[in-house]
Design a protein around this ligand. Structure first.
Ligand code: DQA
Length: 147
């Protein structure tokens, strides 16, 4: 199966940005880990990052032509982008929302996710492992489907 990992705004600065919150690994390191785990799980992983809302929306639209699953970290758009929420609701492929930090244990504005209700689920607070847990859940689902 083909999985698109979509990273939202400011995640290009991973490793440099608030390392006490987001860790010291860079986005490249994270992507490499995901592609590697994907190979072990028989999942073809493609990673893309954008700081632009419309670009993320375009990728959600076009993803349905090529991908079976999307793992999405919408960054701060999580908390207020109805446009990204509507894009998720408009496509047929499942989206798993992930966050490095535990958004429920930080500032009040981060506890709201407008994208989670239209996503398959939300994995938060496990750092890079939030993404890895999402990949594992995809592989489990695929296994159940073929059993
Ligand atoms: C984040 C949490 C968001 O609140 C924040 O705006 C981010 C990163 C996370 O992965 O923990 O950019 O999505």
């Amino acid at each position: 199966a083909n999985v698109l990992v979509l990273h939202g705004p400011n995640l290009n600065l991973l490793g440099k940005r608030e390392p006490d919150v987001y860790g010291i690994a860079t986005l490249d390191e994270l992507n490499r880990r995901l592609i590697e785990l994907g190979t072990k799980l028989d999942l073809d992983v493609t990673c893309y990052q954008s700081n632009m809302e419309g670009d993320l929306i375009n990728h959600l639209h076009f993803a349905s032509e090529k991908f079976d699953y999307i793992i999405l970290n919408p960054g701060a758009y999580t908390h207020y982008s109805y446009a990204i929420r509507d894009a998720i609701a408009s496509i047929d492929i499942p989206v798993i929302e992930v966050h490095l930090s535990n958004i429920h244990a930080r500032e009040a504005f981060r506890t709201t996710s407008v994208t989670a209700p239209v996503s398959q689920g939300q994995i938060v607070g496990f750092g890079l492992m939030s993404y890895e847990l999402a990949l594992i859940s995809i592989q489990q689902k695929l296994n159940e489907a073929t059993d």
